[in-house]
Design a protein around this ligand. Structure first.
Ligand code: CAA
Length: 260
């Protein structure tokens, strides 16, 4: 499938996925969501990609939400279908085996904030703005916002953001834990790549199992989560990287991981 509204490139073991529809501030229409879903499917099955960074094309916007022009004429069935394909795509992003960093380089509104929340964590440029403006448009958040945002920032801030439809800046987003780091825009991709490389230097199977255990546990009770952790912890001892990582420690040298 060729893409009109997104770009995917590799920088070594880092996959960089750009929502690239700057004329509409990277708003997500059906075509863009469909392309995103296709691309995520390819990343899922690409063993070369160890970490993914998602960002927006241009310097103004990460993603300014779902495409309001396209949504404005939808009926209930069409609205639900649109929500479903985007929800499935975002859940697929959340569950990618590889860690995913959102590099939020401007507006992250509605579906944009929801996309950022489907990533493992978020870095923002100083000009970034976050919000869930949906109730001001007569709709609820529909790409996972009612579920993921309160899980990221806690239900108090999540509810306040959703009920008021207000926009917050990057510093406020940092204060409430929506983003991990705020940097000048020109440094954003370098910062994200620096962290991506650090993640990629660790044992790949262990990183992916840790992600699976966190994602599994966050949505269930702690006893079930801990039981899953026990499974993945045990599994690590069947990997060559566990032998190598611990031998390297004992021999006081740097580990040479082979992703096996
Ligand atoms: N959908 C469709 N087009 C959009 C868009 C969106 N979400 N956001 C911006 N655009 C388009 C504008 O229509 C405009 O197009 P034209 O040049 O053809 O008129 C272009 O992008 C540039 O936008 P502005 O001229 O509005 O730029 P600005 O700097 O004055 O304002 C903004 C920027 C504050 C982000 C403003 O564009 C805005 O409020 N956008 C809508 C944000 C929003 O409400 N997002 C939530 C959508 S609902 C949703 O996402 C539901 C869900 O849960 C999934």
């Amino acid at each position: 499938m060729s893409y009109n509204n997104i770009k995917f490139e590799k920088d070594g073991v880092i996959g960089i996925l750009t929502i690239d529809r700057p004329k509409a501030l990277n708003a997500l229409n059906t075509e863009t969501v469909t392309e995103l879903n296709d691309c995520v499917g390819k990343i899922e099955n690409d063993p070369e990609v160890k970490v993914v960074i998602i960002t927006g094309g241009g310097s103004k916007s990460f993603v300014a939400g779902a495409d309001i022009v396209e949504m404005s004429t939808k009926n209930a069935v069409e609205g639900r279908f649109f929500g479903k394909i985007a929800q499935d795509t975002f859940t697929r992003i959340e569950n990618l085996p590889q860690p995913v960093i959102a590099a939020v380089n401007g507006y992250a509104l509605g579906g944009g904030c929801e996309l950022a929340c489907a990533c493992d964590f978020r870095y923002a440029s100083e000009n970034a703005k976050f919000g869930q403006p949906e109730v001001g448009l007569g709709i609820t958040p529909g790409f996972g916002g009612t579920q993921r945002l309160p899980r990221v920032v806690g239900r108090g801030y999540g509810k306040e953001l959703i009920y008021t439809a207000s926009m917050i800046d990057a510093e406020e987003a940092h204060r409430i834990g929506l983003v991990n780091k705020v940097v000048p825009q020109e440094q954003l991709m370098d910062e994200a790549k620096k962290t991506a490389k650090k993640i990629a230097s660790n044992a790949k199977i262990a990183v992916q199992l840790a992600k699976a255990a966190i994602n599994r546990g966050i949505n269930c009770d702690v006893i079930t989560g801990i039981a899953y952790e026990d499974e993945v912890f045990g599994l690590c001892f069947a990997t060559e990287d566990q032998k190598e990582g611990m031998a390297a420690f004992v021999e006081k040298r740097k580990a040479n991981f082979t992703d096996k």
